[in-house]
Design a binder for this molecule. Structure first.
Ligand SMILES: Cc1cc2nc3c(=O)[nH]c(=O)nc-3n(C[C@H](O)[C@H](O)[C@H](O)COP(=O)(O)OP(=O)(O)OC[C@H]3O[C@@H](n4cnc5c(N)ncnc54)[C@H](O)[C@@H]3O)c2cc1C
Length: 321
């Protein structure tokens, strides 16, 4: 009988990736039903340097798997996770949906007979069964997946889908030894991609997004200027991108970008459909401006203005322009 949750931390170039902490929150949403403990494992050479950063609320045990490689190597990661799972017998294994996990997670799931899903952004237990939510058919639908008959399920979770835990924890820590095969690949260097001129909304800390409330293409310029005045990056909802008023790279949401690093998000004329919320509901401070007091965007907003986005834009220009 499997129980508990094994989380695999992700790090690159000696830095912990934010998704590592987000996976802890993902685990909290189902840990009660799955029973057992939550174990967070760091694989790689010198993983103890992340100990204090990962001693977070919701982690029962921190395990360090010392390997010859400092950076990610797929055979090494697969062997380490196989050994950890063999000892812990977890009901659920969570890792980041990333270029790293894509290199080994599917093979690991097949070899070990795990249930498996990638790019997951929602987790729940319904009628005793684990349900994972991901996009389907080119992100046109939300698909809920069950894993009947699978004792262990491996899920690769999309970054930015869960907020990291805020509180500190006092996990038990230990080293874990296992047989690591000789690596067949070697990390030579990381090369930053050449800039394409395309904006990376995932890296922006302050986003002002406009939705269908903007009315028409000619009004976009006004909000581009407002974003510049405030020092924000201009984002949008899907109808605005679909209309070609702003490039797709600026669309926030399930089939667009997740505002991963965003700390302040101003949503103007956006209703707050679940697919839009998927890209920004985790942001600490959301300010919503909408003429409809019942708009769903207000459910995730810390501050809300029931009013006309054009009037509010004028006021903001007056204050900050
Ligand atoms: C599989 C799938 C994936 C999707 N992915 C995404 C995605 O990534 N991102 C995304 O955004 N959507 C996505 N959608 C679409 C989503 O369901 C909504 O249709 C979309 O988010 C609605 O955009 P909106 O809020 O701009 O428009 P609307 O829902 O039309 O809302 C416009 C809002 O503007 C307000 N308003 C109007 N005039 C004013 C004014 N003058 N001042 C202030 N407020 C005003 C209205 O009260 C209303 O609340 C997806 C849908 C599906 C099915």
């Amino acid at each position: 009988m499997t129980q508990g949750i094994l989380i695999i931390a992700e790090h690159r170039q000696q830095a912990l990736r934010p998704v590592s902490a987000e996976l802890i929150t993902a685990a909290q949403s189902v840990r009660g039903e799955l029973g057992g403990k939550v174990t967070l494992a760091v694989i790689g050479r010198g993983g103890r340097r992340f100990e204090s950063a990962l001693a977070l609320e919701g982690v029962d045990e921190l395990v360090f798997v010392e390997t010859p490689e400092t950076e990610f190597e797929s055979d090494t990661w697969e062997a380490a996770i196989t050994a950890l799972a063999s000892e812990l017998q977890p009901a659920l294994i969570l890792l980041a949906h990333s270029v790293d996990s894509m290199a080994f997670a599917a093979a690991l799931a097949v070899r070990q007979g795990y249930g498996f899903a990638t790019d997951v952004f929602g987790l729940a237990i319904e009628a005793g069964s684990l349900l994972a939510t991901r996009g389907g058919y080119g992100q046109k639908l939300n698909v809920e997946l069950e894993f009947p008959g699978r004792a262990t399920v491996l899920l690769a979770v999309r970054g930015g889908s869960f907020k990291p835990p805020l509180g500190a924890g006092r996990p038990v820590t230990r080293d874990f030894e296992c047989q690591i095969p000789k690596a067949r690949t070697r990390n030579v260097a990381y090369i930053e991609p050449a800039s394409t001129g395309d904006i990376d909304m995932t890296a922006k800390e302050f986003i002002l997004s406009v939705g269908r409330g903007v009315g028409e293409q000619d009004n976009i310029e006004r909000f581009r200027e407002l974003a510049e005045t405030l020092g924000a990056s201009l984002g949008c909802s899907r109808p605005v991108a679909d209309s070609g008023w702003l490039p797709k790279s600026r669309q926030i949401g399930q089939s667009g970008k997740t505002a991963v690093q965003c700390k302040l998000y101003i949503a103007m004329g956006i209703s707050g459909a679940i697919q839009h919320l998927a890209g920004m509901k985790h942001v600490d401070t959301v300010i919503a401006v909408n003429t409809d007091a019942n708009a769903s965007i207000f459910t995730v907003a810390r501050y809300g203005v029931v009013g006309d986005m054009f009037e509010i834009a004028d006021e903001l220009e007056k204050q900050f322009g």
